[in-house]
Structures are given as C-alpha cells and as structure tokens.
Design a protein around this ligand. Structure first.
Ligand code: PLP
Length: 393
C-alpha cells in the first residue's frame, strides 16, 4: 500500500460540479487583455455622487465602526420602509420586515436557504441571472426551468402554471429583467397574483433594477399586489441604484414570518453588513431625487446607444428597463454572424474591440439565438467609442 504524500490531493466531491468561472469574469478578463471597450459585465464606469463616499467617511469619523444590529442600522431600515410605502403603497415594518444584506446576491441566496428544504422544487424563468440556479442547488432544491417567450422574453403564464406542482416551494422572478431589459406590466403581475392565489408557493422577486424603468412606465413591484406581497421576499440593491456595485449592500423586504426565517439564516451567514456604509445610505436616502431621476438618466444613455446601434446591421431588441441592450447579430455582413453566441462575443471582444455577453450564458442548456447583451451604464464617451468600433459591422 502506498501512503499518501503531501502532494496527494485531498478527495473532493464538488457541490456544484457544473459551475466554472462565470462568463462575466471571462469576458471582463478578455476585454482587458484585448483592450476592448467593456460593455459586458453590468457595472457603471462613472463615479457615484461624491456626497455618498463623503457620508461614509463622516460615519467612520463619527465612530460608526462596530457591528450594527443584525438586521441592519435602524435608520436605514426606516428609510427603506418609507421609500417602499411612498412608491409602492405597502407598509413594511422596519423592525420586523426589512433586513439589510450584503448585496442582492446574498439576499436571494439567504431567502432560498431559509425556505427551501431538500427536494423542494423552485421554479426559475430562463434566461435568468446566474446565481439563482446554483443557489437553489446549494439549498438542496430541485431547479425547475420555465422559459420566457423566445424573442420577446415575456412571461408565459400557461407554462408557469404547468410547472407548479404540490412540491413547488418558490418561484423566482426578475423585473426589470437581466439580461433582456423586459419589464413586467401591472397586468403581468395581476396574472401572477391570480396564478399563485390559493397556493403555498413563495415568491422571490428580484427587483434590483426597480429604479431603471423607461418611457414613463412605472415599476410593478410585488409589494403593490397584496396576494404577492404576502408571499414575497422583495430584493433590491443599492449598488445598482447609486452606482456603487462594489459596495455590495442591498436589502430584502418580506412579511414578518418570512423575515423571521430569513434572519435565522442571515445571522449565521453574514450576521451584519458594513456599518458606516449603512449610515451613509440612510442619510443619502433622505433625498429621493437620485433614484427618482435615475430613469431619465439611464433612458438618455439607452437612447444615445440605440441611436448609434440603429446605424449598424445589429437588430435591436426593446430595452424597457435595466441598463442592458440586447441585439441580434444574425443580419451582420460578416461571416462571424453565423457563430454561436459565446464564440461571437469572444470574436467581437478580440477583433472588434467591444465586449458583450452571450445570452446563452443565462440558460442552463446554453440555448443559442444569435443574441448578445451590451451594458450601457457607461460614460457617453465609452459608449461613443464602442459605437465607432461597432459601426464597422
Ligand atoms: C438580476 C440581478 N440580480 C441580482 C444582482 C446582484 O446584485 P448585488 O450586486 O447587489 O449582489 C444582479 C447584478 O448584476 C442582477 O443583475
């Protein structure tokens, strides 16, 4: 018998055997390496309001540097509850129904961990944000994938209804939607409310782009629909709203009983979230102007980017919300128009100098439909430089 040496690897069975490096990291690395304009990963290349870091510094100087209360700084929870009451007409109790999280990612994961038992089914609507499926798997749940309608990315309520079984514990929805930029209407939310009425299905409503809804539409938060709100974990992200994705602070709003279960997990996976940033956000939220002006801010960028793309052979899909614009590249006058999405995006990054994300990355089976996603949360000059490069196509 040979004895193991120090070089013998320790045996491991992956909890997530399907998961590798995310396409976002791969594309960002390729963009850096090729000197490409990075319209891949979704983050702004411009600064946040300088008042915000000043308020963080002040909070630090004032001594807010120790653990805050487990659910979050009371003033921030109160500000969140106030905002949700004003915008969506639902009164969440700041003490029992709002929890500050380390970004939306942790909020979604913690919500799933707190309610999903091994073998429970959780439905996701594909294409979807890449953390949902591994999160459900880590919680021991069974992932049920329901496609959004190809081409329009609208919810198909017959398909959703058909996917629900007595074992369905939760449904994850996301509007405004990453990657498609589709926004669910009030009618969509009513259909969902009717569909879930009388069931025990919980809802995880990923609303991180709640303040990026364009063309005069309003955000149909699950908070506005009583029979959705009573079963929903509503998740949002300050990173998206205030141009500070690296701060990783978000929150979850949920009825008291759901919040109680959520906090049982939260207190043992993160316990608390960065104190001075919470104080700064609480002070900053006193003025609603920044989030009320966000739709106009991003709509102008969307229009600038779309106007430039309209002069190329890309076919533009609607962008009703988020900071994403999807394009169909099958009409380009280059041979690469027949490449699968992942290869097309690699070629676009390397040879044309603009990084994009293949839509296939948001499907479990890599479904390919000649679509790429651009992020327009960029300085106008960055968008212009991308458009110049794309105009060759
Ligand atoms: C749909 C969606 N949900 C959640 C997140 C994660 O948000 P956070 O950075 O606050 O964790 C993102 C970020 O890209 C997202 O697009």
């Amino acid at each position: 018998m040979t004895l193991p040496t120090l070089d013998t690897p320790i045996a491991l069975t992956s909890r997530l055997p399907q998961v590798g490096t995310t396409v976002f990291s791969t594309m960002s690395a390729l963009a850096a390496q090729s000197g490409a304009v990075n319209l891949g990963q979704g983050f702004p290349d411009f600064a946040c309001d300088p008042a915000l870091p000043k308020q963080v510094a002040q909070a630090m100087e004032q001594g807010f540097n120790q653990y805050p209360p487990m659910p979050g700084v009371p003033a921030l929870r109160a500000a969140i509850a106030q905002k949700m009451q004003t915008l969506y007409g639902h009164a969440y109790h700041p003490d029992h129904e709002i929890t500050v999280t380390a970004g939306a990612t942790q909020a979604i994961f913690t919500a799933l961990l707190s309610v999903v038992h091994p073998g429970d089914e959780v439905a996701v609507l594909e294409p979807c944000y890449d953390s949902y499926v591994p999160n459900i798997e880590l919680a021991g749940g069974v992932v049920v994938r329901v496609p959004l309608t190809p081409g329009t990315f609208r919810p198909d309520f017959d398909l959703i209804a058909a996917a629900l079984t007595p074992r369905t514990r939760a449904l994850v929805i996301n509007s405004p939607h990453n990657p498609s930029g589709t926004v669910w209407s009030e009618q969509d939310m009513r259909c969902l409310e009717d569909l879930l009425r009388g069931t025990q299905v919980l809802l995880i409503s990923d609303e991180v782009y709640e303040h990026m809804v364009f063309d005069g539409r309003s955000h149909a938060s699950a908070a506005r629909f009583p029979d959705l709100a009573r079963r929903a974990f509503i998740v949002s992200s300050f990173g998206k709203t205030y141009h500070v994705t690296g701060w990783k602070v978000g929150y979850v709003a949920a009825p008291k009983a759901l919040t109680a279960e959520f906090r049982k997990v939260h207190q043992f996976n993160v316990f608390t979230v960065n104190t001075p940033v919470q104080h700064a956000l609480a002070a900053y939220m006193a003025d609603p102007t920044p989030y009320l002006e966000l739709p106009a801010f991003y709509q102008r960028k969307r229009d600038l980017f779309r106007a430039g793309l309209a002069r190329t052979r890309f076919r533009l899909l609607p962008s009703e919300g988020t900071y994403f614009q999807c394009v169909d590249y099958s009409g380009l006058a280059v041979a690469e128009r027949s490449l699968p999405e992942a290869e097309f995006c690699e070629w676009l990054t390397r040879e044309v100098g603009v990084a994009a994300i293949p839509l296939s990355a948001f499907y479990g089976n890599g479904y390919d439909q000649n679509l790429a996603r651009f992020c327009f949360a960029k300085e106008d000059a960055t968008l212009q430089s991308a458009l110049e490069r794309l105009s060759q196509l």
